[in-house]
Design a protein around this ligand. Structure first.
Ligand SMILES: *[C@@H]1O[C@H](CO)[C@@H](O)[C@H](O)[C@H]1NC(C)=O
Ligand SMILES: *[C@@H]1O[C@H](CO)[C@@H](O)[C@H](O)[C@H]1NC(C)=O
Ligand SMILES: *[C@@H]1O[C@H](CO)[C@@H](O)[C@H](O)[C@H]1NC(C)=O
Ligand SMILES: *[C@@H]1O[C@H](CO)[C@@H](O)[C@H](O)[C@H]1NC(C)=O
Length: 443
């Protein structure tokens, strides 16, 4: 009994100890943090961010996984750090990470292999492969921001992440050594960073086909105008449209324990319209059932929007019809896309609604996620553009997965405290782009 009281007492001390972050400069408390994102536009179409970790600090490239549960990194290949700490079984970090496994490693101790440590299930959400990995902590360093430029760099001395074997990197962009999970868990980057620096549990991202940005913390967020010497284009809560974030009660991870909810972000699409006409779909597919099947989620690891087979058919039929009405010439398909068009009789600018407009109507008729040409279409070459939606087959886990091409140049803000998503719709409407975040540091 005395012994168990003692353990209880030490775990309280540990909690106090672990939640107090170390700042690179004690007096400076950042209000927001920023990551520079680049798209691997050639092969994987993944978005990667560079982040500094370990002692001495090493820049590591991580694939940004919006719904990912935590940061996981390859610890097998060249992980050297004097500040690496495995999470001991039943420690505060293990419970914060909701780890319920505890294990030993039968080889010499090294990062990723220690005795009496708790484990997680790092998930490569691109290949849908999960393995087990040791939960650990190490130094993480990241640039602060005022929402317009990067500023001073700050460090967290004990940032929780999971180790993974090198083999889990298969399928990730070349040079990536793990994934940065931005999901709904307490140890995913948004919550861990917000609690380390006591700022709002909000984050935003804005990706483009080249550079992009993730900002942890509240806005306003600014982007340079595409017109020389025009003022920054500023987005704040007044310029965003909000929709509730929905919780899927059943985990969508590649491996999970029973009773876990999904760490991914779901929204409630009620109807789909093409050129203002409602597309008739089976509405029960649009809601999440008690088994966690159905609904609409947002994904940064799917390059294109994926629709359940019957929704795909209804949407593409309606799109094809609306294209005929607009006299747009259909041409041969271009895998993985079926509906491709000649750009000959289309106006050149991407903002113009040259092709039929696709609208996702959310909680009411006034809350609409609008997809104009640049988001609905994929530009194959100078002559051909294709509808950038793919067929997800029958009975997929999630009916609508809004993918990267449909997210680009749209600022999305996830407000975890209020459980809502704010979105800007295309930044082109205000003459800017997601690659225009100004990465010139102000320090
Ligand atoms: C874990 O403990 C076992 C048994 O005591 C030992 O053989 C092994 O080397 C230890 N492994 C590590 C990583 O310390
Ligand atoms: C609509 O979808 C639900 C869920 O997949 C299915 O059970 C039902 O049979 C479908 N209804 C029609 C009319 O296809
Ligand atoms: C499409 O072409 C037909 C015949 O040339 C023409 O009458 C019609 O106005 C055109 N529609 C649009 C939307 O351009
Ligand atoms: C980017 O920020 C720097 C530092 O504030 C400023 O000097 C520069 O003019 C900005 N660039 C653009 C394109 O706004």
């Amino acid at each position: 009994m005395a012994n168990s009281n003692f353990q209880h007492f030490t775990s309280i001390l540990l909690i106090l100890f672990f939640i107090s972050p170390t700042f690179s400069q004690q007096s400076f408390r950042p209000k927001a943090l920023v990551l520079h994102v680049t798209k691997d536009g050639e092969t994987t179409l993944q978005y990667t961010a560079q982040i500094n970790q370990r002692t001495p600090l090493v820049p590591i490239n991580l694939v940004v996984d919006l719904g990912g549960q935590f940061l996981w990194a390859d610890c097998e290949n060249q992980y050297t750090s004097s500040t690496y700490r495995p999470a001991r079984c039943r420690s505060a970090q293990c419970s914060l990470a909701k780890s319920n496994s505890c294990g030993d490693c039968f080889s010499s101790p090294k990062p990723g292999c220690n005795n009496n440590t708790c484990g997680l299930l790092p998930d490569n959400t691109v290949t849908h492969t999960a393995t087990s990995g040791e939960l650990a902590e190490d130094v993480l360093s990241i640039q602060s921001t005022n929402g317009f430029n990067p500023g001073q760099t700050v460090a967290i001395s004990r940032f929780s992440f999971s180790c993974a074997p090198t083999s889990l990197l298969k399928g990730l962009a070349s040079g990536a050594s793990g994934m940065a999970g931005l999901g709904r868990t307490k140890i995913a980057l948004p919550s861990q960073l917000a609690s380390a620096f006591s700022f709002d549990r909000k984050f935003a991202f804005c990706f483009s086909s080249s550079d992009g940005v993730v900002i942890f913390g509240d806005g306003p967020y600014g982007f340079a105008a595409d017109v020389r010497s025009a003022p920054n284009v500023v987005y704040d809560s007044k310029s965003l449209t909000y929709t509730p974030l929905l919780i899927n009660p059943v985990s969508t991870a590649s491996a999970f324990s029973q009773g876990e909810s999904s760490s991914e972000y779901f929204i409630g699409v009620k109807t789909i319209k093409i050129d203002s006409k409602v597309v008739s779909v089976n509405t029960s597919l649009l809601s999440i059932d008690s088994n966690g099947v159905g609904g609409t989620k947002i994904s940064t690891v799917d390059p294109y929007t994926v629709l359940e087979a019957s929704i795909y058919k209804a949407v593409t039929d309606a799109f094809a019809k609306a294209s005929i009405a607009r006299n747009i010439t259909r041409v041969a398909s271009f895998a993985p896309f079926e509906f491709c068009y000649s750009s000959d009789n289309l106006p050149a600018t991407p903002l113009d609604a040259a092709v039929p407009t696709i609208e996702l109507v959310l909680q009411n008729e006034n809350v609409v996620w609008k997809m104009l040409d640049a988001n609905s279409m994929v530009f194959i070459n100078d002559e051909v553009l294709c509808l950038g939606f793919v067929n997800g087959g029958e009975n997929p886990r999630t009916s609508i997965v809004i993918g990267g091409n449909q997210l680009e140049d749209n600022l999305l803000q996830f407000d975890l405290a209020e459980n809502r998503l704010g979105f800007s719709n295309s930044l082109f409407a205000r003459k800017t782009d997601c690659f225009r975040f100004n990465f010139t540091s102000t320090v």
